[in-house]
Ligand binder design. Structure first.
Ligand SMILES: Nc1ncnc2c1ncn2[C@@H]1O[C@H](COP(=O)(O)OP(=O)(O)OP(=O)(O)O)[C@@H](O)[C@H]1O
Ligand SMILES: [Mg+2]
Length: 345
């Protein structure tokens, strides 16, 4: 069926709003938590300079992150991971990792994909983001590398620490296939508060989100399972860490000169096997296997103006060039997701 006539693509460019549905903790709860917070409504950012230090975060690749909370005795789901802006690959500019995190968190809410709530933040004058802990009290969170070794065919080479680099990257997997993910999630419930679908169908939503925002970084340290303390029951955790999405690491010069279509085409699911899979193909394959077409329906129905609103950032954080580039990446990937789906459907 030609893409323009596919029913799922009718919403493309049209104005049906998916709505500002929020992650499962609920907007009211989040508002309550932030109500005492030093959020400067004029700039839309939270100053966490005076917040209590809770602990360092050993996972991930950089040292510029730590768990903080408004009060030292705050419960675990009121802990936020502070992440300072990182540098672009060449180190010449600050990467827009904070913008990517916040924009993707807002898009996920629109698509009703359970995701960490992220806010623009400042700490000691430094720009960054805070990402709310997706692990509620009574649960512990383990990244997928904990469970994947249970799957035949998956292996994880020991990390090779380099001098001054801590524990090394999480990219040394073999057999990190969609099939392996499906097996890990076989006895896992969907994220708490999600009704009517299994964990793999929820994960398909994460892959659709990745394809939409060009997040190539869904390695097994970037998704997790929550284990309930009282009975050991496992749940897929809401998605987190989208800091490298939307070309966050590009310089404005590259954004000006680079074709959005070419950038989107190079969106490859890094660390997945077989290597070199396009993000949109992997997402559509997960949707096909899980039957969770709802994610593509919601993407097709995204409203252009509502997407544009999600790109609003405090002054000085996001240049017009970067905002336009990010918007066009989302639009281009929406078109590609609809196209792949219509050709396959
Ligand atoms: N919102 C969150 N809730 C709970 N745990 C989180 C959250 N965000 C991050 N984490 C934990 O912190 C670790 C490091 O965070 P994150 O992945 O965001 O950092 P990173 O340095 O960008 O990682 P990467 O190596 O993937 O680039 C994650 O692997 C996860 O275990
Ligand atoms: Mg990470």
């Amino acid at each position: 069926m030609p893409r323009s006539s596919h029913p799922r693509c009718k919403g493309f460019g049209a104005v049906r709003q998916v709505g500002h549905a929020l992650n499962h903790w609920g907007q009211d709860h989040i508002r309550q938590i932030l109500s005492g917070v030093n959020e400067r409504s004029s700039t839309g950012e939270v100053d966490v300079t005076g917040w209590a230090f809770i602990r360092d975060e050993p996972g991930g690749r950089d040292a510029y992150k730590r768990w903080v909370a408004l009060r030292a005795d705050a419960s675990r789901d009121e802990h936020w991971l502070w992440k300072a802006r990182q540098r672009t690959a060449g180190g010449s500019e600050r990467a827009l990792t904070d913008c990517a995190e916040v924009v993707v968190s807002r898009l996920a809410a629109m698509l009703r994909i359970p995701a960490a709530d992220c806010r623009f933040a400042v700490r000691d004058g430094e720009l960054g983001v805070i990402s709310r802990n997706v692990s509620p009290p009574g649960f512990s969170l383990n990244v997928a590398t904990t469970y994947l070794p249970e799957v035949p065919g998956y292996s994880r080479r020991p990390p090779a620490p380099k001098p001054g680099e801590g524990l090394g990257r999480m990219r040394l997997d073999e057999g990190y296939t969609l099939d392996a993910v499906e097996q890990v999630l076989a006895d896992v419930a969907p994220p708490p508060g999600t009704a009517g679908q299994n964990a793999f169908a929820s994960f398909a939503g994460y892959l659709v989100l990745d394809a939409l925002v060009a997040n190539t970084d869904r390695h097994p340290g970037n998704w997790a399972i929550l284990e309930r303390d009282r009975d050991g029951r496992r749940f897929l955790a809401p998605t987190y860490d989208h800091g490298s999405a939307l070309g966050a690491g590009l310089t404005d010069e590259k954004r000006r000169s680079r074709s959005v279509a070419a950038f989107a085409r190079r969106g490859i699911a890094n660390s997945f096997a077989p290597p070199g899979q396009a993000l949109v193909d992997l997402a559509c394959e997960a949707v096909r296997r899980s039957g969770a077409t709802v994610w593509l329906d919601r993407v097709a129905a995204l409203d252009n103006d509502a997407v544009r609103e999600k790109l609003v950032a405090p002054s000085g954080r996001l240049s017009d060039v970067a905002s336009k580039f990010m918007f066009e990446v989302i639009m281009e990937n929406r078109r590609r997701l609809c196209h792949v789906n219509s050709v396959e459907g």
